[in-house]
Design a protein around this ligand. Structure first.
Ligand code: C5P
Length: 222
């Protein structure tokens, strides 16, 4: 394969972002964080006064914000209507509201189109991470990985990343499980393992071990 397409899916807190960025950097591939795009739309809706409990309001506004994703794995940027959104998309408020926004079909169509065009323009190839990459966005990906980990491991990792108010492990676990349930239970392209995806349980693995495993799998495809 001259240009390799790698899809990495899984629930929150399994190490998708850390793994995807490191694999892309090690192999000279581009990188796309599709979760950041769903967060960016959500942040735009909140700051523009759109009621995220109102599916019609979300659908109507879905195509309005211009989302731009930088694909450098060392410095992945994201802007919304030209404004740097890297910081604001990681707040607990956005995390709590993103599942409601990402469940709306019009939002998914807008972002899926964008994600496919970014993947198609990656010269050496790309690592794309999300929830529905292997099943829906890039069903012909050369390699599909589905990362999992126990709820305890996921909550512990995520609360280690957060500082201050959000760092309570139990509260983090509740929020993560709630988001996963919403993402897995929605009608349109739910969080799911593709039939031809390789499942990697990261509970007992270090980040370095997961990276090495995925790098080896990609190299076998090139
Ligand atoms: O990956 P991250 O946790 O930042 O994703 C945030 C949210 O974006 C997910 O909980 C999910 O609701 C949504 N998402 C999605 N499809 C993707 C990636 C993320 O619905 N491909």
């Amino acid at each position: 394969v001259e240009s390799v397409i790698v899809a990495i899916d899984g629930p929150a807190g399994t190490g998708k972002s850390s793994t995807s960025k490191a694999v892309a950097a090690a192999l000279g591939l581009s990188y796309l964080d599709t979760g950041a795009q769903y967060r960016a739309i959500t942040w735009w809706m909140i700051t523009n006064g759109i009621d995220v409990a109102d599916p019609v309001a979300i659908a109507t506004a879905a195509a309005k914000p211009a989302i731009l994703s930088g694909t450098d794995p060392i410095d992945p940027t994201i802007t919304v209507d030209g404004v740097d959104a890297a910081g604001p998309i990681r707040t607990p408020e956005v995390s709590a509201k993103v599942s409601a926004v990402s469940a709306i079909p019009e939002v998914r169509t807008a972002l899926t189109d964008l994600q496919r065009s970014i993947a198609a323009s990656a010269v050496t190839g790309i690592v794309v991470e999300g929830r529905d990459i292997g099943t829906t966005v890039l069903p012909d990906a050369d390699l599909k990985i589905f990362l999992t980990a126990s709820p305890e491991a996921r909550a512990a990792r995520r609360s280690g990343e957060l500082k201050g108010a959000g760092s309570d492990v139990l509260a983090t676990k509740e929020a993560l499980l709630k988001r996963d349930a919403a993402d897995s239970g929605r009608k349109t392209s739910p969080l799911a393992k593709a039939d031809d995806a390789l499942e990697v349980d990261t509970t007992e693995l270090t980040l370095q071990q997961v990276i090495e495993r995925v790098v080896t799998l990609v190299e076998q495809k090139r």
